[in-house]
Design a protein around this ligand. Structure first.
Ligand code: NAD
Length: 403
Protein backbone atom coordinates (compact mmCIF):
# COMPACT_ATOMS: atom_id res chain seq x y z
CA UNK A 1 0.00 0.00 0.00
CA UNK A 2 1.28 3.47 -0.81
CA UNK A 3 2.55 5.64 2.04
CA UNK A 4 0.91 8.98 2.72
CA UNK A 5 3.26 11.92 3.23
CA UNK A 6 1.77 15.26 4.25
CA UNK A 7 3.83 18.46 3.93
CA UNK A 8 2.52 21.53 5.78
CA UNK A 9 3.72 24.80 4.31
CA UNK A 10 5.04 25.73 0.86
CA UNK A 11 7.84 28.05 1.94
CA UNK A 12 11.55 27.38 1.42
CA UNK A 13 11.64 24.32 3.70
CA UNK A 14 8.35 22.70 2.60
CA UNK A 15 8.97 23.12 -1.14
CA UNK A 16 12.54 21.85 -0.87
CA UNK A 17 11.25 18.73 0.94
CA UNK A 18 8.59 18.32 -1.77
CA UNK A 19 11.23 18.58 -4.49
CA UNK A 20 13.28 15.84 -2.83
CA UNK A 21 10.30 13.54 -2.27
CA UNK A 22 8.88 13.98 -5.78
CA UNK A 23 12.09 12.38 -7.08
CA UNK A 24 11.13 9.16 -5.24
CA UNK A 25 10.08 6.31 -7.50
CA UNK A 26 8.47 4.29 -4.66
CA UNK A 27 4.72 4.22 -4.18
CA UNK A 28 3.99 7.43 -2.28
CA UNK A 29 1.08 9.85 -2.12
CA UNK A 30 2.15 13.38 -1.16
CA UNK A 31 -0.29 16.04 0.03
CA UNK A 32 1.02 19.59 0.22
CA UNK A 33 -1.00 22.14 2.21
CA UNK A 34 -0.58 25.91 2.19
CA UNK A 35 -2.97 28.76 2.93
CA UNK A 36 -1.90 30.54 -0.27
CA UNK A 37 -1.96 29.26 -3.83
CA UNK A 38 1.47 30.79 -4.34
CA UNK A 39 4.96 30.46 -2.87
CA UNK A 40 6.66 33.74 -1.95
CA UNK A 41 10.32 34.62 -1.50
CA UNK A 42 10.24 35.65 2.16
CA UNK A 43 13.72 37.17 1.86
CA UNK A 44 12.32 39.82 -0.55
CA UNK A 45 9.29 40.99 1.46
CA UNK A 46 11.05 44.19 2.53
CA UNK A 47 11.19 45.32 -1.10
CA UNK A 48 7.42 44.94 -1.48
CA UNK A 49 6.92 46.85 1.79
CA UNK A 50 9.17 49.67 0.55
CA UNK A 51 7.48 49.75 -2.87
CA UNK A 52 10.71 48.97 -4.74
CA UNK A 53 9.41 45.61 -6.01
CA UNK A 54 5.91 44.49 -7.08
CA UNK A 55 4.63 41.44 -5.22
CA UNK A 56 4.15 39.57 -8.53
CA UNK A 57 7.96 39.55 -8.85
CA UNK A 58 8.45 37.59 -5.62
CA UNK A 59 5.72 34.96 -5.97
CA UNK A 60 4.99 31.98 -8.21
CA UNK A 61 2.08 29.50 -8.31
CA UNK A 62 2.63 26.43 -6.12
CA UNK A 63 1.01 24.32 -8.87
CA UNK A 64 4.06 25.12 -11.05
CA UNK A 65 6.20 22.83 -8.87
CA UNK A 66 3.62 20.13 -8.06
CA UNK A 67 4.00 16.81 -9.89
CA UNK A 68 0.39 15.71 -10.38
CA UNK A 69 1.39 12.03 -10.69
CA UNK A 70 2.27 11.83 -6.98
CA UNK A 71 1.24 15.10 -5.28
CA UNK A 72 -2.07 16.75 -4.41
CA UNK A 73 -2.01 20.42 -3.46
CA UNK A 74 -4.64 21.64 -1.00
CA UNK A 75 -5.09 25.36 -0.41
CA UNK A 76 -6.08 25.46 3.25
CA UNK A 77 -5.12 26.72 6.69
CA UNK A 78 -3.70 24.26 9.20
CA UNK A 79 -5.28 24.68 12.64
CA UNK A 80 -3.76 21.77 14.61
CA UNK A 81 -1.68 18.61 14.39
CA UNK A 82 -2.43 15.45 16.36
CA UNK A 83 0.69 13.26 16.34
CA UNK A 84 -1.03 10.59 18.48
CA UNK A 85 -3.78 10.00 15.91
CA UNK A 86 -1.51 10.97 12.96
CA UNK A 87 -3.99 13.61 11.81
CA UNK A 88 -3.79 17.21 10.60
CA UNK A 89 -6.82 19.45 11.15
CA UNK A 90 -7.63 22.25 8.72
CA UNK A 91 -9.61 25.39 9.54
CA UNK A 92 -12.44 24.38 7.17
CA UNK A 93 -13.03 21.23 9.25
CA UNK A 94 -11.22 18.79 6.91
CA UNK A 95 -8.73 16.32 8.40
CA UNK A 96 -5.80 14.65 6.69
CA UNK A 97 -4.15 11.43 7.86
CA UNK A 98 -0.49 10.69 7.30
CA UNK A 99 2.22 8.07 7.62
CA UNK A 100 4.94 10.75 7.51
CA UNK A 101 4.51 14.42 8.31
CA UNK A 102 6.71 17.39 7.44
CA UNK A 103 5.86 20.52 9.44
CA UNK A 104 7.21 23.61 7.66
CA UNK A 105 4.74 26.30 8.71
CA UNK A 106 7.18 29.20 8.85
CA UNK A 107 7.39 32.28 11.08
CA UNK A 108 5.19 34.90 12.70
CA UNK A 109 6.06 38.31 14.10
CA UNK A 110 7.00 38.32 17.80
CA UNK A 111 5.70 41.18 19.95
CA UNK A 112 7.34 40.01 23.22
CA UNK A 113 4.13 41.13 24.93
CA UNK A 114 4.97 44.82 24.40
CA UNK A 115 1.75 46.85 24.68
CA UNK A 116 0.30 48.36 21.52
CA UNK A 117 2.44 46.37 19.05
CA UNK A 118 -0.48 44.44 17.53
CA UNK A 119 -2.79 47.47 17.46
CA UNK A 120 -0.52 50.29 16.33
CA UNK A 121 2.42 48.89 14.37
CA UNK A 122 2.62 47.17 11.01
CA UNK A 123 4.07 43.67 10.71
CA UNK A 124 5.94 42.33 7.72
CA UNK A 125 5.38 38.57 7.71
CA UNK A 126 3.89 37.72 4.32
CA UNK A 127 2.90 39.23 0.97
CA UNK A 128 -0.37 40.71 2.27
CA UNK A 129 1.25 42.44 5.25
CA UNK A 130 4.16 43.71 3.12
CA UNK A 131 1.66 45.17 0.60
CA UNK A 132 -0.30 46.76 3.46
CA UNK A 133 2.85 48.52 4.66
CA UNK A 134 3.41 50.10 1.27
CA UNK A 135 -0.26 51.08 0.92
CA UNK A 136 -0.06 52.68 4.38
CA UNK A 137 3.09 54.63 3.45
CA UNK A 138 1.48 55.83 0.21
CA UNK A 139 -1.57 57.00 2.17
CA UNK A 140 0.68 58.89 4.57
CA UNK A 141 2.31 60.67 1.63
CA UNK A 142 -1.15 61.70 0.36
CA UNK A 143 -2.12 62.80 3.87
CA UNK A 144 0.93 65.04 3.98
CA UNK A 145 -0.14 66.74 0.75
CA UNK A 146 -3.52 67.55 2.33
CA UNK A 147 -2.63 68.24 5.96
CA UNK A 148 1.08 69.22 5.82
CA UNK A 149 1.71 67.23 9.03
CA UNK A 150 5.46 66.40 9.05
CA UNK A 151 4.79 63.20 11.06
CA UNK A 152 3.18 61.69 7.95
CA UNK A 153 6.63 61.80 6.31
CA UNK A 154 8.29 59.89 9.17
CA UNK A 155 8.79 56.13 8.90
CA UNK A 156 9.97 54.30 12.03
CA UNK A 157 11.47 50.80 11.80
CA UNK A 158 11.48 49.02 15.18
CA UNK A 159 14.48 46.71 15.51
CA UNK A 160 17.80 46.71 13.64
CA UNK A 161 18.09 42.98 12.94
CA UNK A 162 18.65 41.62 9.44
CA UNK A 163 15.01 42.34 8.52
CA UNK A 164 15.01 45.92 9.83
CA UNK A 165 18.31 46.80 8.14
CA UNK A 166 17.29 45.32 4.76
CA UNK A 167 13.97 47.18 5.01
CA UNK A 168 15.74 50.48 5.77
CA UNK A 169 17.99 49.87 2.75
CA UNK A 170 14.99 49.35 0.47
CA UNK A 171 13.23 52.41 1.96
CA UNK A 172 16.24 54.60 1.14
CA UNK A 173 15.93 53.34 -2.47
CA UNK A 174 12.20 54.11 -2.44
CA UNK A 175 12.46 57.59 -0.90
CA UNK A 176 12.50 59.46 -4.21
CA UNK A 177 9.19 57.94 -5.33
CA UNK A 178 7.63 58.62 -1.92
CA UNK A 179 8.82 62.22 -1.97
CA UNK A 180 7.22 62.73 -5.40
CA UNK A 181 3.92 61.36 -4.06
CA UNK A 182 4.08 63.76 -1.12
CA UNK A 183 5.24 66.69 -3.26
CA UNK A 184 8.39 67.26 -1.18
CA UNK A 185 12.17 66.91 -1.55
CA UNK A 186 13.39 63.43 -0.69
CA UNK A 187 15.37 64.57 2.37
CA UNK A 188 12.03 65.54 3.94
CA UNK A 189 11.16 61.81 4.13
CA UNK A 190 12.63 60.86 7.52
CA UNK A 191 13.66 57.26 8.23
CA UNK A 192 14.26 56.19 11.85
CA UNK A 193 15.36 52.95 13.46
CA UNK A 194 14.83 52.30 17.18
CA UNK A 195 16.90 49.41 18.54
CA UNK A 196 17.43 47.96 22.04
CA UNK A 197 21.12 47.07 21.76
CA UNK A 198 24.16 49.06 20.64
CA UNK A 199 26.17 46.31 18.93
CA UNK A 200 24.17 45.75 15.74
CA UNK A 201 24.18 42.63 13.53
CA UNK A 202 26.43 40.56 15.83
CA UNK A 203 26.75 37.79 13.23
CA UNK A 204 29.21 40.10 11.40
CA UNK A 205 32.46 41.68 12.61
CA UNK A 206 32.01 45.10 14.21
CA UNK A 207 33.88 46.71 11.34
CA UNK A 208 31.58 45.14 8.74
CA UNK A 209 28.33 45.93 10.53
CA UNK A 210 29.56 49.51 11.11
CA UNK A 211 30.14 49.76 7.35
CA UNK A 212 26.50 48.87 6.64
CA UNK A 213 25.05 51.06 9.39
CA UNK A 214 27.24 54.04 8.41
CA UNK A 215 26.10 53.71 4.78
CA UNK A 216 22.48 53.92 5.95
CA UNK A 217 23.35 56.90 8.15
CA UNK A 218 25.01 58.61 5.15
CA UNK A 219 21.77 58.10 3.24
CA UNK A 220 19.84 59.82 6.02
CA UNK A 221 18.65 57.03 8.33
CA UNK A 222 18.58 58.15 11.97
CA UNK A 223 19.48 55.38 14.42
CA UNK A 224 18.40 55.41 18.06
CA UNK A 225 20.40 52.50 19.50
CA UNK A 226 20.48 51.19 23.08
CA UNK A 227 16.82 52.27 23.33
CA UNK A 228 14.51 49.34 24.17
CA UNK A 229 10.94 49.93 23.00
CA UNK A 230 8.44 49.78 25.86
CA UNK A 231 5.17 50.60 24.14
CA UNK A 232 3.67 51.45 20.79
CA UNK A 233 0.94 54.08 20.81
CA UNK A 234 -1.14 55.32 17.93
CA UNK A 235 1.43 57.29 15.90
CA UNK A 236 4.35 56.96 18.32
CA UNK A 237 7.05 54.66 19.68
CA UNK A 238 7.79 54.87 23.41
CA UNK A 239 11.34 53.85 24.31
CA UNK A 240 13.57 53.76 27.38
CA UNK A 241 15.91 56.69 26.83
CA UNK A 242 17.93 56.51 30.03
CA UNK A 243 18.21 53.20 31.86
CA UNK A 244 19.64 54.71 35.07
CA UNK A 245 16.89 57.28 35.54
CA UNK A 246 14.25 55.10 33.89
CA UNK A 247 13.16 57.96 31.64
CA UNK A 248 10.98 57.27 28.65
CA UNK A 249 10.84 59.23 25.40
CA UNK A 250 8.38 59.18 22.53
CA UNK A 251 9.17 59.28 18.81
CA UNK A 252 6.25 60.28 16.59
CA UNK A 253 5.77 58.98 13.08
CA UNK A 254 2.96 58.18 10.65
CA UNK A 255 4.35 54.73 9.81
CA UNK A 256 5.63 52.30 12.45
CA UNK A 257 6.96 48.94 11.28
CA UNK A 258 7.67 46.13 13.75
CA UNK A 259 10.74 43.99 12.93
CA UNK A 260 12.11 42.99 16.33
CA UNK A 261 12.23 39.26 15.79
CA UNK A 262 10.15 36.24 14.88
CA UNK A 263 8.66 33.11 16.40
CA UNK A 264 7.59 29.86 14.73
CA UNK A 265 3.94 29.32 13.71
CA UNK A 266 1.37 29.45 16.54
CA UNK A 267 0.08 26.05 15.29
CA UNK A 268 3.11 24.47 16.99
CA UNK A 269 2.01 25.61 20.46
CA UNK A 270 -1.67 24.98 19.69
CA UNK A 271 -0.82 21.36 18.83
CA UNK A 272 0.89 20.61 22.13
CA UNK A 273 4.47 20.26 20.84
CA UNK A 274 7.12 21.05 23.41
CA UNK A 275 8.23 24.46 22.14
CA UNK A 276 9.68 27.84 22.90
CA UNK A 277 8.43 30.81 20.86
CA UNK A 278 6.93 28.38 18.34
CA UNK A 279 10.21 26.53 17.81
CA UNK A 280 10.74 22.87 18.66
CA UNK A 281 14.10 21.40 19.62
CA UNK A 282 14.26 18.46 17.20
CA UNK A 283 16.48 15.39 17.00
CA UNK A 284 19.65 15.67 14.89
CA UNK A 285 17.78 14.01 11.98
CA UNK A 286 15.03 16.72 12.31
CA UNK A 287 12.35 14.39 13.75
CA UNK A 288 10.30 15.33 16.80
CA UNK A 289 11.56 13.45 19.88
CA UNK A 290 9.45 10.30 20.32
CA UNK A 291 7.88 10.55 16.83
CA UNK A 292 10.21 9.31 14.12
CA UNK A 293 7.60 9.97 11.40
CA UNK A 294 7.20 13.70 12.22
CA UNK A 295 9.76 16.15 10.83
CA UNK A 296 9.79 19.77 11.97
CA UNK A 297 11.81 22.05 9.71
CA UNK A 298 12.40 25.71 8.83
CA UNK A 299 11.48 28.51 11.22
CA UNK A 300 9.43 26.19 13.51
CA UNK A 301 12.50 24.08 14.15
CA UNK A 302 15.52 24.47 16.41
CA UNK A 303 18.37 22.10 15.65
CA UNK A 304 21.61 22.18 17.55
CA UNK A 305 24.77 23.28 15.77
CA UNK A 306 27.42 21.01 17.29
CA UNK A 307 30.15 23.52 16.47
CA UNK A 308 28.67 26.55 18.26
CA UNK A 309 26.57 24.53 20.74
CA UNK A 310 23.67 26.85 19.92
CA UNK A 311 20.63 26.22 17.70
CA UNK A 312 21.12 27.24 14.07
CA UNK A 313 19.55 30.65 13.27
CA UNK A 314 16.43 30.87 11.14
CA UNK A 315 17.50 31.70 7.60
CA UNK A 316 16.30 30.80 4.12
CA UNK A 317 19.54 28.91 3.39
CA UNK A 318 19.12 26.75 6.50
CA UNK A 319 15.41 26.15 5.78
CA UNK A 320 16.26 24.93 2.28
CA UNK A 321 18.90 22.57 3.63
CA UNK A 322 16.49 21.26 6.28
CA UNK A 323 13.88 20.58 3.58
CA UNK A 324 16.42 18.59 1.61
CA UNK A 325 17.52 16.64 4.71
CA UNK A 326 13.92 15.82 5.79
CA UNK A 327 13.03 14.66 2.26
CA UNK A 328 16.11 12.42 2.07
CA UNK A 329 15.48 11.00 5.53
CA UNK A 330 11.87 10.07 4.71
CA UNK A 331 13.11 8.37 1.54
CA UNK A 332 15.66 6.45 3.63
CA UNK A 333 12.93 5.38 6.08
CA UNK A 334 10.73 4.19 3.18
CA UNK A 335 13.61 1.94 2.10
CA UNK A 336 14.19 0.68 5.65
CA UNK A 337 17.49 2.56 5.92
CA UNK A 338 18.67 4.77 8.76
CA UNK A 339 18.25 8.54 8.74
CA UNK A 340 21.16 10.99 8.62
CA UNK A 341 21.78 13.96 10.93
CA UNK A 342 21.28 17.49 9.61
CA UNK A 343 24.50 19.24 8.68
CA UNK A 344 24.97 22.74 7.36
CA UNK A 345 27.94 24.60 5.95
CA UNK A 346 27.11 28.22 5.33
CA UNK A 347 27.93 29.64 1.91
CA UNK A 348 27.98 33.00 3.61
CA UNK A 349 25.53 35.61 4.68
CA UNK A 350 24.89 38.89 2.90
CA UNK A 351 22.69 41.77 4.06
CA UNK A 352 21.32 44.02 1.33
CA UNK A 353 21.02 47.76 1.81
CA UNK A 354 19.08 48.72 -1.27
CA UNK A 355 19.27 47.21 -4.73
CA UNK A 356 22.92 47.91 -5.48
CA UNK A 357 24.60 47.84 -2.06
CA UNK A 358 25.14 45.05 0.44
CA UNK A 359 27.67 43.75 2.95
CA UNK A 360 28.41 40.34 4.36
CA UNK A 361 30.64 37.29 4.39
CA UNK A 362 31.35 34.63 1.82
CA UNK A 363 33.31 31.87 3.48
CA UNK A 364 35.83 33.77 5.61
CA UNK A 365 35.93 36.72 3.23
CA UNK A 366 34.16 39.98 4.02
CA UNK A 367 32.50 41.69 1.06
CA UNK A 368 30.78 45.03 0.72
CA UNK A 369 29.34 47.55 -1.70
CA UNK A 370 28.31 46.68 -5.22
CA UNK A 371 30.18 43.30 -5.41
CA UNK A 372 28.32 42.19 -2.28
CA UNK A 373 25.04 43.17 -3.91
CA UNK A 374 25.98 40.97 -6.89
CA UNK A 375 26.60 38.01 -4.53
CA UNK A 376 23.31 38.69 -2.72
CA UNK A 377 21.37 38.42 -5.97
CA UNK A 378 23.17 35.20 -6.86
CA UNK A 379 22.18 33.78 -3.43
CA UNK A 380 18.56 34.84 -4.02
CA UNK A 381 18.51 33.22 -7.47
CA UNK A 382 19.93 30.03 -5.99
CA UNK A 383 17.12 29.88 -3.38
CA UNK A 384 14.59 30.44 -6.15
CA UNK A 385 16.19 27.64 -8.17
CA UNK A 386 16.11 25.21 -5.23
CA UNK A 387 12.32 25.49 -4.81
CA UNK A 388 11.10 26.57 -8.25
CA UNK A 389 13.72 25.21 -10.67
CA UNK A 390 14.94 26.79 -13.91
CA UNK A 391 11.46 27.98 -14.97
CA UNK A 392 11.01 30.28 -11.96
CA UNK A 393 14.61 31.54 -12.10
CA UNK A 394 14.11 32.55 -15.74
CA UNK A 395 10.79 34.23 -14.91
CA UNK A 396 11.62 35.86 -11.54
CA UNK A 397 15.41 35.73 -11.15
CA UNK A 398 17.62 38.77 -10.60
CA UNK A 399 19.76 39.27 -13.65
CA UNK A 400 20.04 43.04 -13.38
CA UNK A 401 23.57 42.68 -12.03
CA UNK A 402 25.02 45.66 -13.86
CA UNK A 403 23.84 49.11 -12.84
P1 NAD B 1 16.36 39.50 14.83
O1 NAD B 1 16.01 38.81 16.08
O2 NAD B 1 17.53 39.06 14.06
O3 NAD B 1 16.56 41.09 15.12
C1 NAD B 1 15.64 41.81 15.89
C2 NAD B 1 16.29 43.09 16.41
O4 NAD B 1 15.31 43.77 17.19
C3 NAD B 1 17.48 42.83 17.34
O5 NAD B 1 18.55 43.65 16.97
C4 NAD B 1 16.94 43.16 18.73
O6 NAD B 1 17.91 43.67 19.60
C5 NAD B 1 15.87 44.20 18.40
N1 NAD B 1 14.83 44.29 19.44
C6 NAD B 1 14.18 43.26 20.04
N2 NAD B 1 13.29 43.73 20.95
C7 NAD B 1 13.39 45.09 20.91
C8 NAD B 1 12.73 46.15 21.61
N3 NAD B 1 11.80 45.93 22.54
N4 NAD B 1 13.08 47.41 21.32
C9 NAD B 1 14.01 47.68 20.36
N5 NAD B 1 14.66 46.72 19.70
C10 NAD B 1 14.35 45.44 19.95
O7 NAD B 1 15.00 39.46 13.95
P2 NAD B 1 14.77 39.67 12.40
O8 NAD B 1 15.60 40.77 11.87
O9 NAD B 1 13.28 39.75 12.24
O10 NAD B 1 15.25 38.33 11.76
C11 NAD B 1 14.65 37.08 12.13
C12 NAD B 1 15.53 35.94 11.65
O11 NAD B 1 15.53 35.89 10.23
C13 NAD B 1 16.99 36.09 12.09
O12 NAD B 1 17.50 34.82 12.40
C14 NAD B 1 17.63 36.66 10.87
O13 NAD B 1 19.02 36.40 10.80
C15 NAD B 1 16.85 36.00 9.77
N6 NAD B 1 16.87 36.80 8.54
C16 NAD B 1 17.82 36.49 7.62
C17 NAD B 1 17.88 37.21 6.46
C18 NAD B 1 18.93 36.84 5.45
O14 NAD B 1 19.72 35.93 5.70
N7 NAD B 1 18.96 37.49 4.31
C19 NAD B 1 17.01 38.28 6.23
C20 NAD B 1 16.06 38.59 7.20
C21 NAD B 1 16.00 37.83 8.37
Amino acid sequence: MSKKIVILGAGYAGLRALHELQKEAADIEITLVDRNEYHYEATDLHEVAAGTQKSERIIYPIRDVVKNSCTTFIQGTVSAIDTEQQLVKLADGKTLSYDYLVVALGFESESFGIPGVDEYSLQMVDVDTAEKIYQHIEEQMKNYKEMQDENALKIIVCGAGFTGIELLGALTDGKKKLAEAAGVDSEKIRLYCVEAVTRLLPMFSEKLSDYGINKLKDWGVEFLTGKPIKEIKEGSVVYLDDKENNTLKELHGGTIIWTTGVSGSHVIGASGFEEKRGRVMVNPDLTYPGRDNVYIIGDCSAVMDEESQRPYPTTAQISLKMGECAGKNIKAQLRGKSTQPFTFHSLGSVCSIGNTHAFGEVGKMEIKGYPASFVKKAIMDRSLFETGGVKEVLAKGRFDFYH
